[in-house]
Design a binder for this molecule. Structure first.
Ligand code: FAQ
Length: 314
């Protein structure tokens, strides 16, 4: 039993809290909330923030290799946006009492997770297109749901982030459309990117509902309003016809259209690979954490200078 639950007024407070959520009200930072609600939000929002910041690395590596000035400007703006998303999200988690230092420490020591997708390498330029279209597309599907969530600061951060992610997705889709209709080499490059990013993107939505340990609590308190499998299915249904229309293949030999439900049914995800990546054994886990650690160390003097300046002003 949690400390809070020994309070004799706990059942009344919990009932009022749940009634507010049922009425569609937003829960704000100073409001009463169950400790588990706070903990779940800190876990999820901080992991989301880490994903945005670690997510800058696979694309950031290509800024110097963009094929022309327009593509370079777009990629620079996108990577910068992801840093901004990390900031909004760290701030949202801070409203729940988590400090920036402890959240970053949890990332750097491997205690906190970040999205599995960013542990895959970016090996060709059209991976920028696949990330924009598939990865940002999957992120938007999940985040459009989270924009409706019961916690005010997270929900408002999501509204703003989704607006920006919309541009990220469009620039990636535009790239893949152009390459799919380009030279045979360009089409093959686009297909290769889709082949490598398709399955890791489906894994972004998390384990099957039956294996999702957090979903019950998150759904009960209006944080998740759609399940992992439901969002994954929506994503597959949206993407498959668009890829086929471009003459691109989906790298899933078991993929089939189910007339009755109107769904594109995927083959089984390699869950062993997913859990290996989540546990830190993916192709790029070590390199991603090393890059974050170096950035953290190199930025120490900036943090110290800011702290000294703030003290001087007081
Ligand atoms: N990777 O019980 P569930 C982006 C963990 S943002 C790693 O189902 P939950 C923008 C999960 O944490 C992408 N770990 O978990 C961008 C849990 O372990 P825990 C990030 C995963 O929370 C684009 C355990 O498995 N988006 O891409 C993953 O109910 C391009 C059991 O799972 C968000 O973070 C995974 N894929 O559902 C940036 C959105 N899936 O923590 C740059 C907010 C599951 O108990 C470039 N988060 N796990 O130890 C969410 O919506 C949820 O947390 C889910 C997972 C849906 C990710």
């Amino acid at each position: 039993m949690y400390g809070q639950e020994t309070d004799p007024d706990y059942p009344t407070k919990l009932a009022e809290f749940e009634a507010r959520i049922a009425r569609g009200e937003k829960i704000e930072p100073g409001d009463w909330m169950p400790e588990r609600y706070r903990k779940q939000l800190v876990r999820m929002i901080s992991q989301h923030a880490h994903s945005e910041v670690v997510g800058m690395l696979p694309e950031g590596a290509w800024i110097t290799r963009a094929p022309n000035l327009r593509r370079k400007q777009v990629l620079l703006a996108k990577v910068q946006d992801e840093a901004g998303h990390g900031q909004y999200l760290y701030h949202a988690a801070e409203t729940l009492g988590a400090t920036r230092e402890e959240m970053l420490q949890a990332l750097l020591t491997g205690q906190a997770k970040y999205s599995s997708i960013f542990n895959y390498p970016t090996v060709t330029w059209s991976d920028m297109g696949a990330i924009g279209w598939l990865v940002d597309g999957a992120a938007i599907m999940n985040q459009t749901m989270l924009a409706q969530c019961s916690y005010g600061p997270y929900s408002r951060a999501m509204v703003r982030i989704c607006a920006e992610e919309g541009f990220h997705k469009k620039q990636g889709q535009e790239m893949i459309i152009q390459y799919a209709q380009g030279t045979p080499e360009q089409k093959a490059m686009a297909q290769d990117s889709i082949n490598r990013f398709w399955w890791p993107t489906l894994m972004m939505f998390g384990p099957h509902d039956s294996a999702s340990t957090n979903s019950d609590e998150l759904t009960r308190w209006g944080i998740k309003t759609k399940s992992n499998d439901q969002l994954r299915q929506e994503f597959v249904n949206e993407l498959v016809p668009l890829l086929h229309a471009l003459g691109l293949e989906v790298p899933d030999p078991d993929l089939r259209y189910d007339e009755e439900s109107g769904n594109w049914i995927s083959g089984e995800i390699n869950w062993n690979e997913f859990w290996q990546v989540v546990k830190g054994n993916g192709p790029m886990n070590a390199a991603r954490l090393q890059a974050r650690q170096e950035a953290h160390d190199n930025g120490r003097w900036v943090r110290e200078a800011l702290a000294a300046y703030a003290e001087r002003d007081v």
